[in-house]
Ligand binder design. Structure first.
Ligand SMILES: NC(=O)C1=CN([C@@H]2O[C@H](COP(=O)(O)OP(=O)(O)OC[C@H]3O[C@@H](n4cnc5c(N)ncnc54)[C@H](O)[C@@H]3O)[C@@H](O)[C@H]2O)C=CC1
Ligand SMILES: O=C(O)C(=O)CO
Length: 328
């Protein structure tokens, strides 16, 4: 059977597919496929392993023969899951294995924003490091401050662990449901969204992108945050309104920001956020460590292999397609 892969993936995942006797074709061009190209490539395939490709209704309906789609990500906001489910195509993702690495990135961005780190780095490159200035380049200390986690799921918990452990930060969170384990382990307190904005010195976003969270952090929300607060987003760029964020930073409505995700991606190189001292931006590298990317590729390969055997995926996004008892 044949597997089409939309990007080059780590050898660890590729080997699993080959060991299972599957024919594999990887897209090696440094650009995404168009919908038509993807439809064409998938005519040959029984399974698709997709990294960062938009999988909309047109593609899915033209590729209804696929026995499984495995995403090389935990986020599945770029896939029309409703259509995949209607067509009975199982979709798998990669939860858990990337939580630590992504939380590391959130922590890094929080620190970099708090200490103007990326901007300071650039001043050295620009030859502006001249003398020790006691009143210049001052950042914020986070020890003893309050971290507000929006979305206390797997990555949110890892971020809270780092902040509670490293800086003794108090943890407040807002989530769909209470996370009793996080409350017990970290002394985290569940608060309303408004209270999260009011209390937090740092707000770190860790929800999925959904119709509910899209555009959630806008001008009105930034206004409710502390003027000394740092906004961190490693989830999805569409969860904040970028124009409103720029304006909130320029007008000192909030103090700083750390972003691994932007809207659009890639961010244009003349974006004003890139020249603000208290802002740190990374090009969506949240899960980008060798260990984590290997684990993601292995999990994605596991989803493909199970799907091609007609078995329930190790990590299914739409388990509701399995209605018969054989998969229970
Ligand atoms: N920057 C990067 O490279 C990466 C980004 N991500 C993003 O991080 C997101 C979170 O990943 P996980 O922690 O694994 O997911 P998760 O499902 O474990 O956690 C998400 C949490 O958000 C909560 N939530 C969802 N909608 C909400 C709402 N409207 N209000 C309040 N809480 C809400 C859920 O109840 C859940 O507890 C992914 O969906 C993905 O978009 C994930 C990995 C890497
Ligand atoms: O897994 C995801 O959702 C990412 O954004 C990349 O790891």
């Amino acid at each position: 059977m044949n597997v089409f892969i939309t990007r080059v993936i780590p050898e660890a995942g590729l080997q699993l597919l080959k060991d299972a006797g599957l024919q594999v074709k990887q897209w090696t061009e440094k650009r995404k496929l168009t919908v038509d190209e993807l439809i064409e490539e998938c005519k040959w395939a029984d399974a698709l392993l997709s990294a960062g490709q938009q999988l909309g209704r047109e593609f899915l309906e033209a590729s209804a023969h696929l026995k499984v789609i495995a995403l090389n990500s935990v986020g599945y906001d770029n896939v029309d899951i409703e259509t995949a489910t209607r067509l009975k195509i199982p979709v798998g993702n990669t939860p858990g294995v990337l939580s630590g690495a992504t939380a590391d990135t959130a922590f890094l961005l929080m620190m970099a924003a708090a200490r103007n780190a990326f901007y300071m780095h650039k001043t050295i490159i620009d030859g502006e490091w001249d003398f020790f200035e006691p009143t210049a380049n001052l950042g914020k200390e986070l020890t003893g401050g309050t971290l507000g986690v929006f979305g206390m799921g797997k990555i949110g918990v890892e971020m809270a662990r780092r902040c509670a452990g490293a800086f003794g930060m108090k943890i407040v969170y807002h989530n769909r449901n209470r996370n009793l384990e996080a409350e017990q382990e970290l002394g985290a307190t569940f608060v309303s969204f408004e209270e999260l904005l009011r209390q937090s010195d740092v707000i770190s976003v860790h929800t999925a992108l959904t119709p509910e969270t899209e555009g959630k952090f806008d001008a009105a929300v930034f206004k409710q945050m502390k003027s000394s607060a740092i906004f961190v987003n490693t989830a999805r760029g569409k969860i904040h309104n970028e124009e409103d964020l720029i304006s909130a930073l320029q007008n000192k409505v909030i103090w700083g920001a750390g972003l691994d995700v932007t809207n659009p991606e890639p961010m244009k190189s003349d974006n004003p956020l890139l020249t603000m001292p208290n802002v740190a931006v990374l090009p969506h590298i949240g899960s980008a460590t060798e260990t984590t990317r290997d684990a993601m590729a292995k999990l994605a390969a596991g989803n493909i292999i199970a799907g091609l055997k007609g078995e329930k995926l190790p990590s299914p996004v739409n388990p509701e397609i399995y209605t018969d008892s054989q998969h229970n």
